[in-house]
Design a protein around this ligand. Structure first.
Ligand code: ADP
Ligand code: ZN
Length: 715
């Protein structure tokens, strides 16, 4: 209360602190936000000497020390970002026995002079924060973390250690204990269940459309959208903004000023959404994030848990949606191919655990918590995950379960899932023959299921505790007591049927053809055409200048009834829509009502134009009246490319003031003739124009003048 202002301990804090005060090794595993820091900060104040805190992030280190100093606690840090003077000052304070907490980065710890220094001071205990960085099996492996124990051994044998982490699978937990040599430490673990979060996995079909729609349906809620690549982050942020969703990008490629600016905008609710790579979130404490969307599959279940964990920190609503496609797993695997073998194996393993989670039909919460070594009864989920809310098809599985368990028993619990499946399916692999496993009773009894179906069955048996996956020897599966009991006395059991994600995706994709491919509404098309010709006559312009056929077809397909929707029609931009849309929207509205047409596109998502950086550049340069050939040179494009892009920009409805350039390269008389031609022409074909105008005219001249004509008359 005196230092921290709290009236009581939270969860297991008191037990943990007492354990440290008794100078015992301590291992704390609690989810983010549970209050781990107090567990070492408070005892550090109470005991003699200085506590050494090892922490991986220099930025967070300063933050923590500032906070402690504000509370009147003597704390300091040493890292590579300091001046020599600052460094010496902190050292002297420690030597004088004033500092209660000294934070260091692992790199600093390994320095020879620092080890010398440690020998001179009185250490109370060592706190290893973010201890999962020790393990290759964790999601944030840092090799320097593995040197902590050897270094401490050089200094003092007996200094007690407290290790803290928010992400510990049993495997990581063992790694940490082994590496720090604290196998006999007391372990304090609280549940990782986040009962207020709703977990959902969706097929990655049309994800952008889906996400924009979701965000628009939740206009007052803050959220984070995670992507794996910086490029995707930028792209999504742009698409959101085009669709009137206030969003900013966040990734390590942005300078730190922009990053902290974007972070503040999110915290202050100036924007609704952050689109981010995993670089975003460390140390972020916004309590009312209402949704976390994964556009890409995370690389591990731990990352997924960490990232979704940023939703609903205040205990209220938090919606977690993940877009999954098996293709993404394959892609990620390809990216790993340059890593060293052992690292690659570990990463692959984590990735496949993630895939299994996505494809699983059982309670997401049960699956997640099982991964963290917790038993969870799914009846407590109360429909807070997609699989509980919409249960997947189940089947009577007594016989296949018996086959699996018997096979594992026959293999003496010495093989992994893949091998068990090979035996069940009667594969004639060499190893199976050599080991005489083709003589087993269960050899080839399970040909009725495909490999993936068997794997799904085995996964469910692991999560439901019939089988145990040996974490020391990963992949190896053994019978649990429950599995043995089932073998001895089988009973009826139901499992979720395997869902072939790849197949479902393909089917859904082929059954919902691209919008363009759908036949358009011929009746509406004719009405629109008639209107267009009227409008053209009134303006004394050729019809194609108003709207081209392709635009009319698109209207007769998408039925746009707002200006916003209208702008998204092929060949229509904001300028064109403002100028001509009104009577067309009227016709469409009426047509939709009269015929009770259900518009399939209930949310039209605008995409950003392709290769938009080039176009943006061209628009800016034209604003400055840079000649087009010079623009081409500046941008490293061919002149034809620039011409084509200028036309695209103009055809999509923008006004581009290119007169300065056209006047420069096309003779005024020629311009007039071309203008006259296009005013009369049936189509805007360049070839036809060249034929009629004759060989005095070059393609470039016709093209440029036509573009000017469009820009002035149509947009
Ligand atoms: P962790 O390191 O586990 O993510 P922190 O140590 O940052 O969590 O604590 C999370 C929040 O809980 C902080 O705002 C902290 O001030 C608060 N907190 C910690 N212990 C207590 C307590 N005993 N009573 C009230 N609030 C606490
Ligand atoms: Zn559930």
């Amino acid at each position: 209360k005196k230092y921290f202002g709290y009236n009581s301990f939270r969860g297991k804090q008191e037990e943990i602190i007492r354990n440290i005060l008794a100078y015992k090794d301590t291992f704390v595993i609690m989810p983010t936000g549970a209050g781990k820091s107090l567990c070492y900060q408070l005892p550090a104040i109470l005991v003699q000497g200085t506590a050494l805190v090892i922490s991986p992030l220099i930025a967070l280190m300063k933050n923590q020390v500032d906070q402690l100093q504000a509370l009147g606690i003597e704390a300091g840090f040493l890292n590579s970002s300091m001046t020599r003077h600052e460094y010496e000052e902190v050292k002297n304070k420690t030597l004088a026995g004033i500092l209660k907490l000294l934070y260091v980065a692992p790199e600093t710890l390994a320095r020879e002079d620092f080890i010398e220094f440690l020998r001179l001071i009185r250490l109370s205990f060592v706190a290893v924060d973010e201890a999962h960085c020790i393990s290759e099996w964790g999601h944030d492996f840092r090799p320097e973390y593995r040197k902590i124990r050897p270094i401490l051994n050089q200094v003092s044998e007996k200094v007690p250690i407290i290790a803290l982490t928010a992400t510990a699978t049993p495997k990581v937990q063992q790694d940490i204990q082994k590496n720090l040599q604290i196998e006999n430490s007391c372990v304090f673990k609280t549940s990782f269940n986040r009962s207020n979060l709703y977990y959902e996995v969706r097929h990655k079909i049309n994800p952008i459309h889906d996400i924009v729609k979701y965000i628009k349906q939740n206009p007052n809620k803050s959220g984070i959208v995670y992507c794996l690549s910086r490029k995707k982050v930028e792209e999504l942020a742009e698409i959101f903004n085009v669709n009137d969703i206030k969003a900013v990008p966040y990734h390590a490629g942005l300078d730190s000023e922009t990053r902290s600016q974007h972070q503040d905008m999110f915290l202050n609710e100036e924007i609704q959404v952050v689109v981010a790579t995993i670089a975003f979130g460390m140390g972020i404490d916004k309590p009312d994030v209402r949704f976390v969307i994964h556009y890409d599959v995370p690389k591990s279940i731990e990352s997924y848990y960490q990232e979704t964990g940023r939703a609903g920190r205040d205990g209220l609503e938090g919606h977690c949606i993940l877009y999954y496609s098996f293709n993404d797993i394959v892609k990620l695997e390809k990216f790993m191919k340059d890593k060293p073998l052992s690292e690659r194996e570990a990463a692959r393993h984590l990735l496949y655990e993630m895939a299994a989670f996505c494809e699983s039909g059982i309670c997401r919460r049960k699956h997640l918590l099982h991964y963290f070594g917790e038993h969870y009864d799914e009846s407590h989920c109360t429909n807070m995950c997609d699989n509980c809310r919409h249960p997947k098809e189940k089947f009577e599985a007594t016989t296949p379960v018996l086959h699996v368990l018997k096979c594992v028993q026959e293999l003496d619990g010495k093989f992994g899932t893949n091998y068990v499946v090979s035996v069940l399916r009667g594969s004639n692999g060499q190893q199976i023959k050599e080991q005489f496993h083709d003589k087993l009773e269960t050899f080839g009894v399970g040909k009725e299921f495909e490999e993936k179906e068997w794997k799904a069955i085995i996964n469910q048996l692991i999560i439901r505790d019939f089988l145990i996956k040996d974490i020391n020897d990963y992949g190896v599966i053994k019978l649990s007591p429950q599995g043995k009991a089932f073998l001895a006395k089988p009973y009826s059991i139901e499992l979720v049927r395997y869902q072939n994600f790849e197949k479902i995706e393909k089917e859904q994709l082929s059954s919902s053809p691209a919008e363009e491919a759908r036949p358009y509404d011929v009746v509406l098309y004719e009405k629109l055409r008639k209107k267009r010709n009227e409008v053209a006559q009134a303006h004394k312009l050729p019809p194609y200048i108003i709207f081209q056929e392709a635009s009319l077809e698109d209207m007769a397909t998408k039925y746009p009834i707002t200006l916003e929707e209208f702008e998204n029609i092929v060949g229509v931009g904001a300028g064109k829509a403002r100028k001509f849309a009104a009577p067309f929207i009227e016709i469409i509205k009426q047509h939709v009502e009269e015929n009770e047409i259900e518009r399939s596109v209930n949310c039209i998502v605008k995409t950003r134009g392709k290769s938009s950086p080039d176009k943006l550049f061209i628009i800016q340069q034209i604003d400055r009246k840079t000649p087009l050939d010079e623009i081409a040179q500046l941008r490293g494009l061919s002149y034809e490319d620039v011409l084509e892009k200028v036309e695209q920009i103009i055809f999509s409805g923008a006004k581009l003031n290119i007169a300065y350039y056209v006047n420069q390269v096309v003779d005024i008389d020629k311009q007039k003739k071309i203008y006259e031609y296009f005013c009369e022409a049936e189509t805007d074909s360049i070839d036809l124009a060249l034929e009629v105008l004759g060989s005095d005219f070059t393609r470039e001249e016709v093209q440029l003048t036509r573009a000017l004509f469009y820009s002035e008359k149509a947009n």
